[in-house]
Design a binder for this molecule. Sequence first.
Ligand code: AOF
Ligand code: ZN
Length: 368
Amino acid sequence: MIKLGENEFFMGRAIKLAKFGWGKTNPNPLVGAVVVKDGRIIAEGYHRELGCPHAEVEAFNNAKEDVSGGTLYVNLEPCSHYGRTPPCAQKIIDVGIKKVVAAMEDPNPKVSGKGFKMLRDAGVEVEVGVLEEEAIRLNEIFINYIVRKKPFVILKTAMTLDGKIATASGDSKWVTGEKARNHVHVIRDRVAAIMVGINTVLKDNPSLTTRLSDKEGSDPIRIVVDSKGSIPLDCNVINSGSKAGVILATTSRIEKEKEEILVEKGVRIIKADGGDGRVDLKHLMEEIYKLEIDSILLEGGGTLNSSAISCGIVDKVMCFISPKIVGGEKAPTSVEGIGALRMCEAIGVKNISVIKFGEDILVEGYIN
Ligand code: AOF
Ligand code: ZN
């Protein structure tokens, strides 16, 4: 007999397993799978890395017992297409799974609904929608990438209670405490790329790599927006020794010779002329999408953040607020530019959540 909440319990486990794939499956989804028989979990698996077997097949491969007659819990509709791997729906039918419980339909047009149909046509019972909201949130990057055909852009900022990202003299080390800063590295580990403006490179000379306190993380591809190509050849971004590449987003204003040296140093150049001499960020996102980069953590200063928000490329905001007041009208804020002239023109941020990291507060929400 199925007890109340059993579906949610096993789907919760599948979602937990899926999270082990953070940062390794991009641009593919995070997927976990659990096989249950007689109320017990007899097999578990998750999608480990892009190109590796899908979660369902991983679970079958790890099974300690015969999975036939069992119920499969998976947080995404099983695939029906031949891609990097054969269709999971067929495999599910072949191993004799009796029922599939999925959290959500796959938004990938190659699959959407076809996986469920394939299963139902073969007599497998299908139930959809268990922990759906959680599953959608888990794969917000994948869903955005596959449906809207653009990278999911997360604007991250850290400010004081009075909205400053540095003091008037430019000192910004540190606005937030260690726990908040470590969480930023957790996010760097999950996303495909990180993006800053040239001013940040010139001022802070960051390496933009992932440094986690408890495990080795993967470095995001580093994107520097630099319309004139003024990036110093000896800067840390280019010379950090990281295997993750560097993309210089620039315009035709870059000098030919500088461009050649950068290319020789392994930097990929993307030119996206905005007409006003600046980088056209919307066009840049189209080029980034073509490289199968599904997500960008934007750690920009006020100018780049302002351009990114006003041209509509930002999807999510992560705003750390530190309980400090620095004051000073010349102290920079996280979004500069001209800004809205009337309060009714302010950009609304929806579905807000609040988390504490030590003394700091993280406010997250969505723009698009
Ligand atoms: C995954 N892992 O566990 C599941 C996926 O690139 P391919 O050929 O591996 O196929 C990727 C698509 O398969 C993906 O966009 C999604 O629609 C579906 N399901 N993908 O990478 C998985 N179950
Ligand atoms: Zn599959």
